[in-house]
Design a protein around this ligand. Structure first.
Ligand code: PHE
Length: 463
């Protein structure tokens, strides 16, 4: 539960006069922010899109995107949050003026947190379910094992049950507040995640026959395999995986104390996020190659392909793997909920518990639409499930548009306030970051948005 010293004193005016909670230490902040960044994006999505887009060359573009788009934007979000000491909506007002139109970026962020968490929790629920499936053991023919996934996704009862459990865990942690909830749990989940992943990577590299092949698949670029679409997807993924464009880093930054070292911390977080994605890639592809399987099967890579291999490797590998996935998802889902909750606590004066329970419930209810895969939106010939719709809409539009507004705001609107002092001992990076935020990041982000709209002329759309 929220402790008195841990959160706002809401007996005073809710928005401006308050005592804000702060992380207990720099390490606490880094672990929480890294926890937000490391999630399903790293362990589920990164490996499968790397497989789809052909390996090494895609990885290289992705690394470039993290440095050119991700890092400057993360610095921008942390600066906004730390300076304003407010939730995303309040932060834009505080740094600009009350009623500033830039608060739209904050609203968009809160809305993104709401929508993303609704379907994120459904996938995380599958991960949770798979811990138990792995404990029981995967048995039968490859088709039967793969079929378990369609059964889970196709069963409203099971999907909803796991979604319910996962949302309950998320709300349970966020109710505890910044120090006793988010930071405390990040300090447990992150090291556990690292140890498990290290073990799995070690196993993949040294105890299977696929290790060398996995290394060369990920690190030996073959540019003939790289498509324009791959480049744009790498850019888009850099956003999602670093939790950018929706104010998660503004929110976490707002719990930083003013002597925080933003640039160094942003570098550390981006580095760790990338490291974990690459380690997950190595672990997964070693297994995939050791059984001579295809890396490019798409989203089913983790829930369908791997379980077939886990039938051979046994529980010692499969159970930790799905625990890893669940831990990663949980430390991200709490940051998604925190963005929404911080808005209601700061701006509406709600208590933390009330905000968590009400918003958690509403997000949960929205998630039911994604959990029941049989529910479809039909419009003429066009038909789509809610899950795909929410995923597509948030990753392709909401996060990039939010990111664009954030970088334009910091580079063109509050530019005078962002002085070299924010950069502290990293002063040399100041000019480069501001320049990137002014010109390069907005153009790159604009490309991602146009790509989402399928409007880039040299990319072939329409499969
Ligand atoms: N970064 C998380 C992941 O990789 C997802 C996320 C996006 C979390 C946006 C918070 C905000 O899975």
């Amino acid at each position: 539960m929220a402790s008195g010293t841990d959160w706002h004193d809401t007996s005073q005016h809710p928005t401006r006069v308050k005592r804000r909670a702060h992380w207990t230490s720099r390490m606490g902040f880094i672990l929480a922010a890294t926890g937000s960044a490391i999630g399903l994006g790293n362990i589920w999505k990164f490996p499968y899109i790397t497989g789809v887009y052909g390996g090494g060359a895609f990885v290289l573009v992705y690394l470039g995107s993290v440095i050119i788009v991700g890092l400057p934007l993360m610095i921008a979000e942390l600066i906004i949050g730390r300076r304003a000491q407010e939730n995303p909506v309040g932060a834009f007002q505080r740094l600009h003026r009350d009623g500033s139109p830039w608060q739209i970026a904050g609203w968009l962020g809160v809305a993104s947190g709401f929508v993303i968490l609704s379907f994120y929790s459904v996938v995380a629920g599958w991960a949770l379910a798979y811990i138990f499936k792995a404990l029981v053991g995967f048995e039968g023919t490859a088709d039967q094992i793969q079929g378990q996934f369609s059964e889970l996704v196709g069963s409203p009862t099971w999907s909803i049950l796991w979604h319910t459990i996962f949302m309950t865990l998320t709300v349970g942690i966020v109710v505890g507040g910044i120090r006793n909830g988010i930071e405390r749990w990040s300090k447990i989940l992150m090291p556990a995640l690292f140890i498990i992943l290290f073990g799995l990577m070690f196993y993949g590299l040294f105890f299977t026959h696929g290790g060398m092949k996995a290394i060369s698949f990920l690190f030996n670029p073959d540019f003939s395999k790289l498509s324009a679409e791959g480049v744009l997807s790498a850019l888009g993924h850099a956003f999602f995986t670093l939790s950018l464009g929706m104010g998660a880093m503004i929110t976490y930054g707002s719990y930083m104390k003013s002597d925080a070292r933003i640039v160094q911390d942003a570098i550390t977080i981006s580095f760790l996020d990338t490291l974990i994605a690459l380690m997950a890639g190595l672990a997964i592809f070693s297994l995939v190659f050791s059984y001579g399987l295809e890396p490019g099967v798409g989203p089913g890579l983790i829930f369908q392909t791997l379980p077939v291999l886990f039938a051979e490797t046994g529980q010692l590998i499969s159970v930790p793997f799905f625990m890893l996935l669940t831990f990663a998802a949980l430390s991200s889902s709490i940051s998604l909920l925190e963005v929404v909750v911080s808005y209601f606590v700061d701006e509406r004066g709600w208590g933390r518990t009330k905000a968590c329970l009400i918003m958690g419930t509403l997000i949960y209810l929205l998630g039911l639409l994604s959990a029941v895969s049989a529910l479809k939106l039909v419009y003429g010939d066009w038909e789509t499930g809610f899950f795909d719709l929410f995923d597509y809409f948030s990753t392709n539009y909401m996060l990039p548009v939010g990111g664009l507004l954030i970088c334009l705001f910091i580079a063109w609107v509050v530019k005078d306030k962002v002085r070299a002092e924010e950069f502290g001992s990293a002063g040399r990076l100041y000019k480069a970051t501001v320049l990137t935020l002014k010109y390069i990041t907005p153009i790159a982000v604009l490309l991602v948005i146009l790509h989402g709209l399928e409007l880039i002329p040299f990319v072939e759309y329409g499969q």
